[in-house]
Design a protein around this ligand. Structure first.
Ligand SMILES: [Zn+2]
Length: 185
């Protein structure tokens, strides 16, 4: 089974949320691994709040682009985009993936919803382990920052991101249910 580490950043999450995630993420990860028939790379879950998610994300971007800084416009766009979801998976510059979760969102206190979120994000973690995906995401980030300007390649990258999003939505309920049973509706 893959290594899942639960950490916190900025906000102190409620103890019940932290305990629930620590206990259940490995169970859901195992179902995701069975589904795809392969191991996940190590996943570091960061329980934080919306600001903390942003902070962590831009730290990752700085690390993988040798210190590039986003424009205010890019940051604002990203902030708006990020507020539509409570979690995301990104590259861990130290290896494997980082799952940034807004642990302050009320849905994280409802096991059925929290399980779906974890299953969704763990499907993304699997996607990062597929051939070429890590490189593709780095290229996408570089394009968003204006470092790379190959727009044809950017369109292909965006299509892959959309496909991955659909896959995660399509599988989240089924995998969460497989892991935790009837608590997931
Ligand atoms: Zn997603």
């Amino acid at each position: 089974m893959t290594a899942i580490t639960v950490t916190t950043h900025r906000a102190t999450p409620r103890a019940d949320v932290q305990q629930w995630v620590t206990a259940n993420a490995p169970i859901i990860a195992q179902v995701v691994e069975q589904h795809f028939g392969r191991r996940l790379e190590p996943v570091t879950i960061v329980l934080t709040d919306p600001r903390g998610r942003s902070e962590k994300y831009w730290q990752v971007v700085a690390a993988i682009t040798d210190g590039a800084t986003p424009s205010r416009w890019q940051q604002a766009l990203d902030w708006r985009e990020r507020r539509r979801s409570i979690g995301e998976v990104t590259i861990n510059p130290a290896g494997g993936t980082l799952m940034l979760l807004d642990a302050t969102d009320p849905s994280m206190r409802r096991p059925g919803l929290a399980a779906r979120t974890l299953a969704h994000e763990l499907v993304h973690a699997d996607q990062y382990g597929r051939p070429g995906v890590r490189e593709s995401r780095i290229a996408g980030i570089r394009h968003n920052l204006g470092i790379e300007t190959d727009h044809t390649r950017a369109r292909a990258i965006n299509r892959l991101v959309d496909q991955h999003e659909h896959e995660a939505y399509r599988l989240e309920k089924q995998l969460a249910r497989q892991a935790l049973g009837a608590v997931v509706r």
